[in-house]
Write a protein that binds this ligand. Structure first.
Ligand SMILES: *Cc1c(COP(=O)(O)O)cnc(C)c1O
Length: 407
């Protein structure tokens, strides 16, 4: 049997790899503390589950989704939610497209926007989906490094004009995964001006738009005048409403880009379960205190984790948004080595920053979505294990492995 080069040449999906390591350790009886994958550990709020159950009992939801861009009730709920949240009006018929989770839409956006050889401007570190699908589509990734010194925003002026003119798509993600950085209006204004100048479609991944702390509210790109001519945003119910397994999301913005994506999708999938779209409409239209309650929970975990690690001498910043803590590894240790040390010495699973690209090297990511009966107790336990492990002390780990060998 032949396997296509595009599959053979693609590394395993990093989180599938993490899931494999986790299964192996659990099978060996390890008492694993899992801060690896960002997947809400709390259940979907009951009123959303009930909306699904009601809709699932209606036989009209059992057939193909022949709605084209998505169930009208869902798109209307999106338009209302969006206007209420960002003050931007969307046309439910032209400017909204339902997705089978935003990952699906993000992946296919590259297929509907790129011809072979076209440049895609991609952030690094980033969700691996952007680069893999650029490659699948025959596009040419141009990396925009996200540096700590720039607040993890790409330096648009550093993109050579020749590259910018060949670029057809620019991918951004804020609040950012994996760095937890946020973007403000002035940056989005520069992005829109850049896109207009170079005729580039900007795609903003907003999977974490509602995951924020201390009263922080993230901005939308479409709030910038003229943005709808050059931009599409990808939204998801997964992180906001603890619905990762449901596979439902949506794209909003430029009608031509959405029409192209919708045309591609109509040849690939057959829409999304209508009952899930009804439940998603209920999530957006219903009470939002479930979201703020989750933020209180994540914020407590964030404070516990960050303050605990700081007491151990680790230089850790408190994220304003997303449920990730992004922190440097000690000097002389790669992200994979350090993640491995946490695993073997404390049985703590984190994601090595290198999984998100070359610029993620030298960092690890900890997720606040701890899968456990008592997540805060697990975070405390993790801090104790790190404190006990001699080779995880920040000062001790600072020494390069060879220096330690000599001591
Ligand atoms: C989780 C995540 C998504 C995808 O979420 P869906 O479940 O596919 O809607 C998209 N982008 C980033 C950065 C994510 O972390």
């Amino acid at each position: 049997m032949q396997i296509a080069a595009r599959v053979l040449q693609t590394p395993p999906y990093p989180f599938a790899e993490l899931a494999r390591i986790k299964r192996e350790m659990l099978a060996q009886g390890a008492d694993l503390i899992d801060l690896g994958i960002g997947d809400p550990d709390r259940p979907t709020p009951p009123h959303i589950v009930e909306a699904l159950c009601r809709a699932a009992h209606d036989p009209r939801t059992h057939q193909y989704d022949e709605t084209g861009a998505g169930l009208p009730a869902f798109r209307e709920a999106i338009a209302r939610w969006y206007e209420n949240r960002f003050g931007v009006r969307l046309d439910p018929d032209q400017e909204i497209l339902r997705l089978i989770g935003s990952k699906e839409g993000l992946a296919h956006m590259f297929w509907s926007a790129l011809n072979p050889g076209d440049v895609a401007l991609l952030p690094d570190p980033a969700y691996p989906v952007y680069k893999v699908n650029t490659n699948f589509a025959g596009g040419e990734p141009h990396i925009m490094p996200l540096l700590k010194a720039n607040g993890y925003l790409p330096d648009l002026k550093a993109i050579p004009a020749a590259v910018a003119n060949r670029a057809k798509i620019m991918m951004l993600c804020y609040p950012n995964m994996p760095t937890a950085a946020v973007a403000e209006r002035d940056f989005y204004q520069r992005v829109v001006a850049f896109a207009q100048k170079h005729d580039v479609l900007v795609c903003l991944d907003m999977a974490y738009s509602e995951i924020a702390f201390d009263g922080y509210r993230s901005q939308s790109l479409l709030q910038v005048p003229g943005a709808k001519e050059v931009a599409v945003e990808f939204h998801s119910l997964s992180k906001t409403y603890n619905m990762t397994g449901w596979r439902i999301g949506y794209a909003v913005g430029n009608p031509q880009a959405l029409q192209a994506l919708g045309k591609l999708k109509s040849n690939l999938d057959s829409g999304a379960f209508l009952a899930i779209q009804e439940a998603a409409a209920a999530a957006l239209a219903g009470p939002q205190d479930c979201v703020s309650q989750m933020m209180t929970i994540y914020q407590r975990r964030r404070d516990l984790l960050v303050e605990g690690l700081r007491k151990l001498g680790w230089p850790v910043e408190k994220p304003k948004a997303t449920f990730y803590v992004w922190m440097p590894t000690p000097k002389g240790r790669t992200s994979a080595e350090f993640a491995q040390a946490l695993l073997s010495q404390a049985q703590v699973l984190v994601t090595p920053g290198g999984a998100y690209g070359g610029q993620g090297e030298g960092f690890i990511r900890m997720a606040l979505t701890v899968q456990a009966a008592d997540p805060e107790a697990r975070i405390r336990e993790m801090l104790e294990r790190i404190a006990r492990a001699p080779d995880l002390k920040w000062d001790a780990t600072r020494a390069s492995p060879s220096a330690k060998g000599r001591a």
